[in-house]
Design a protein around this ligand. Sequence first.
Ligand SMILES: Nc1ncnc2c1ncn2[C@@H]1O[C@H](COP(=O)(O)OP(=O)(O)OP(=O)(O)O)[C@@H](O)[C@H]1O
Length: 842
Amino acid sequence: ALTTEQTACLQAEACTVKPTACFAQCFNVTVDQVSSITGCFEQCTSDTGASNCGQVCDEKARALLGVGVEEIMDTYTHTTPVGNNARNETSSGAGTVMTPSASASPLAASMAWSSNDSTVPVRIANPASLVAGDSIDVSAKDANVPGSLPEKPKSSPAATSKPLSPYKAPFVPGGHYPSLGSTLAAATPPEVKPSKPRFCRNIIIYGSCKFEHSGCRFSHEPESNTDNTVPKSPEKKNLRPNPSSPVFTPRKFKKPEIAEASPAASASMSPSVAVGLSPNTKPFYPGRGQNLASRFASVALDNQDHEQPTEDHIPDFDYEEPVPPTAPQLHGPLSNSFTHQRTPASPARLTQQLGQLPRYPLQYHLYSSPPTNTTNLLPHQKALADFFVSDTLRQDLMERNVARQDVQSTDPNLPAEVHQYHSLTRLEADRPGGLTAGLRTTVYKAISTHDGLTYALRRVEGFRLLNENAMAVVEAWRTVVHPNVVTLYEAFTTTAFGDQSLVLVYDYFPLAVTLRTFYFGDHLTMSGEPVHEREGGAPPRSDLLASPYGGSSGLVPGLGSSPHGVPLTGPIPNFCQRIDEPTLWSYTIQLASAVAAVHGRNLAFHSLAIEHILVTDKNRLHIDRASLLDFVTFDAPNNLVHLQREDLTCLGRILIQLACGHLHAPKYNKDALVFIQRYYSANFKQLILYLLGRMGPGRNVEDLLRIVGPRILDEINASRFRNDALQAELSQELENGRLVRLLCKFGFINERPEFAKDPEWSETGDRYLIKLFRDFVFHQVDELNRPVVDMAHVLTCLNKLDAGVPERIMLTSRDEQSCLIVSYRDIKECIETAYSELARGR
Ligand SMILES: Nc1ncnc2c1ncn2[C@@H]1O[C@H](COP(=O)(O)OP(=O)(O)OP(=O)(O)O)[C@@H](O)[C@H]1O
């Protein structure tokens, strides 16, 4: 009999986690000795001839442990969760249970291999969890026959008439299989709960029972509805929302609050967004941050919509039918109006209809791999992160992609299509467009029906094209293709917006911001008013049009002047160094290069200003609005040399603004130069003096390039380094597309419910090999039956598979009774055949 210590030891919590080690400890034997007993029971499984095999093993256990297995299991059972596996089987419908919990009891599991009389070994995860009357369905698909591909087990009623050993049970294919657990339970009446005969599962599964009149001991009478005979979906129960769960959020949720919530705040509101969000993970705001935050909010709400109450449990909170959102900025995807759509069958409509669907942004932070402790790695080992592109770059690219693809317009007044462009979305919709030469301009993102690419449409409102020749400007500017100029593609006039508008079509750079916003935040004048306030005042003077800085006045409109153009007086503002000199040189070189390209084509920017330069990537500038002023001042007399010099002056002023960290610095030229002299090199100061025309009246871009020449090498080197870094990142991802394609094929083939009316299609023939390979790649377990999660193994296997290498591997069936030695090439062929079979069958 078990001693008190042994009983306590067996019932200890730790015993359920590492049973083999626990048994060894409880009985003061080695792990190997315990394994020999489990191995003995496993032998019984395949050794179908030895009818007393179980008894032999039991005696061996008695000799070694001092007690019989029966008694051990009785005690051990009390610590093991009862009934989980056996009952779960009902829903899975599978006889073989390979649930992780099965591994919690290897001894029990191996003792379950007691089907000596059967033709098909059946593995029961935890026989001890069964009680008398319990039955386990045996479906042929999981009952693997050693050494061969699985077939449906042949019915063998004769088997039932064989004499039974205490560890053997009659095996009724497709029927019931009282296990060791139930046998033991029957032998110990106090443990058995008396229960009425269970409803025969053959009837549930097959509709009838062949053995109804020849010995089947289960009930064949239909039971009342209150009985548990009809398996209830366990999911249904799990769906019940739990009010105390952090996932649950009542429907009466203040949406605007979510929209403004910080990621930290959203963590408490919507775990689906915030789960795993590390404090280091950058909050993700593609497109315009405010809109994104609200989109997250709407997603959080949408997700909650799935937490529907079940029929049998209505939680006690106010459930509201979803109401159409009223605040367009909060629910962009849902707030589109179709009323303005003019071409029902157009891509615009399709895209907008797609936009109506609730969208679920990817949980980017969940993609981030946890930091690996690389200190423990051997030189030849790699961290998981080394297989993939870095988290920061991936997040950056994904944000841009999302910003590019986000076509959910929040403005119902926008036309569905303008010219060949659809899905218009206003950029910076939260503020009015700026004024150019007294005309309001607005920027939209839109998709071209011709090539499906996204473009930036700059609309000049209320523009009347008086001179057709102005369109020639487009031809001239279209030739300017430069890495630091936003390319102009076309221009057209339209009435689609309800007025006469000129639209200039440019390259679109997702998440680009102006240099001004980048360094000085959003549009505030020195007096703290939004910059656009000034535009309510007097229109810019015509003599200012040639230069945004006001030509002879020397004032920066809106920067050095008050909202109404009055020069500012007062104390000189405090300058501060915001940008280091190498960065400023890099900017200078990029802008000088762009200016050189434009001046070389006998053009000029006219409007070079800090607001008109986009920051499109790290330290990457693009000059925007090319040709805009050429259009709107087409009829005004222009002196090209003068305009080109003005470009250089503007460049100098931009550099002063950036160097002094103050938008109004050019107004205080003297102080600005003193500041620059103190904090920057003499060369930089000389450059600025040259650009401002203090070194002589004759200025041109060639001289500028000569001045910046020595620094150009630094710029080239920096861009080479960046290029190398990006290439290295790219190579990490090189194989991934290939592997995804492979995984897709796996997905198509494996566990396919039915194909060609054969439910077993994916489990037989070549497909069985694929299934075994899948297990080999993904479902390996260690000696203690714990899942092996080894990404390197997966990648290696998939790469070898894709290459079809002749290397051989051994595939083992789940019951470990059959082994197949095959090469990757064989498996590849099997996959190709199975996949093409599927593709043909469509
Ligand atoms: N080509 C482009 N690609 C991507 N985004 C762009 C592009 N052009 C402009 N934007 C975005 O649109 C925003 C608005 O542009 P911009 O400020 O030039 O126009 P605006 O509304 O006329 O304002 P203002 O004239 O007052 O500066 C910019 O902040 C920038 O983020």
